[in-house]
Design a protein around this ligand. Structure first.
Ligand code: AP5
Ligand code: MG
Length: 217
C-alpha cells in the first residue's frame, strides 16, 4: 500500500508509523528523520535545514520535494511505502501526485490523525526519541525501561531541540497555515481517512487498521 500520514506535530505519526510499517511490511519514510540525520552529519542539506527546523518553520519545498521523491525511487518502495511528515504543503502534494503518476503509481489512502492543541504540548515536552532506530517514547505515556536508552535497540534517547514550548507553538501555527489545507486536498481525491488520535496508542493503531481494512486485508 502507498500511504501518507497526516496530522499536527505530536499527533503520533512517528509512533503509529512504526507499527503500521511493521504490520504492512512497507518502509517508513519520515522527512523529519531524514532532515535530522542530515543535520547531525552536518551535510550541506543539514546545514541549510537546521535554521528552519530550529524555528519550527518548514524547510523550503524545493529541498524537501527533492529528497522525498528521490527516496521513493528506491527499490524498497516499489511494493508500497508509508510517508510521515511529507507532503505538508499543497505544492509538495502536487509534486508527489505528479511523481507517482509518472511512475505508474498512486496513493491508496491518507491517514489523518486528529489531536487537540493542548494535548500536543504535553506530548512533545515529554517526548524522547532514539538517535539510532528513531523509535519514539514519552516519559509518562510511553516510558522506556531506562530513560536514557532505547528498549528496541539500546540507542541513546534524546529530547528533540525543536520540542521547546516556543518552537512547538510556531510548529502548530505553521501546521494550521500550510499543512491543514491538505485535509481538503485529499478529501477531494476521496483518499482521506481520519482517526481520533486522543486515545491510547494501541486504540489509535486498531482504528487505523480498521479504516484501512478492505484496502489491504
Ligand atoms: P517532523 O519530524 O515531521 O515533526 P512533526 O510533524 O512536527 O511531528 P512530530 O515528529 O513532532 O510528531 P509525531 O506526529 O511524529 O508524534 P510522535 O509519534 O513523535 O518535522 C520536524 C521539522 O522538520 C519540521 O518542523 C520542519 O522544519 C522539517 N520538515 C519535516 N518534513 C518536512 C516537509 N515535508 N516539508 C518541510 N519541512 C519539513 O508522538 C509525540 C509524543 O506523543 C511522543 O512522546 C509519543 O510517545 C507520544 N504519543 C504518541 N501517541 C500517543 C498517544 N496515543 N497517547 C499518548 N501519547 C502519545
Ligand atoms: Mg515524527
Amino acid at each position: 500500500m502507498n500511504l501518507v500520514l497526516l496530522g499536527p506535530p505530536g499527533s503520533g505519526k512517528g509512533t503509529q508509523a512504526t507499527f503500521i510499517a511493521e504490520e504492512l511490511e512497507i518502509p517508513h519514510i519520515s522527512t523529519g528523520d531524514m532532515l535530522r540525520e542530515a543535520v547531525s552529519k552536518q551535510t550541506e542539506l543539514g546545514i541549510k535545514a537546521k535554521s528552519y527546523m530550529d524555528k519550527g518553520e518548514l524547510v523550503p519545498d524545493e529541498v524537501v520535494i527533492g529528497i522525498a521523491i528521490e527516496r521513493l525511487k528506491s527499490a524498497d518502495c516499489q511494493k508500497g511505502f508509508l510517508l510521515d511528515g511529507f507532503p505538508r504543503t499543497v505544492r509538495q502534494a502536487e509534486a508527489l501526485d505528479k511523481a507517482l503518476s509518472e511512475s505508474g503509481h498512486k496513493l491508496d489512502a491518507v491517514l489523518n490523525i486528529e489531536v487537540a492543541d493542548e494535548e500536543i504540548i504535553n506530548r512533545l515536552t515529554g517526548r524522547r526519541s532514539c538517535v539510532d532506530c528513531k523509535r519514539v517514547y514519552h516519559l509518562v505515556f510511553e516510558p522506556p525501561q531506562n530513560p536514557n536508552f532505547c528498549d528496541a535497540c539500546g540507542g541513546k534517547l534524546v529530547h528533540r531541540s525543536d520540542d521547546t514550548i516556543e518552537t512547538v507553538t510556531n510548529r502548530l501555527k505553521v501546521y494550521k497555515e500550510q499543512t491543514e489545507p491538505l485535509i481538503s486536498y485529499y478529501k477531494r481525491q476521496n483518499l482521506l481517512k481520519s482517526v481520533d488520535g486522543q486515545q491510547s496508542i494501541d486504540a489509535v493503531f486498531y482504528d487505523i487498521l480498521t479504516v484501512l481494512k478492505g484496502d489491504y486485508a
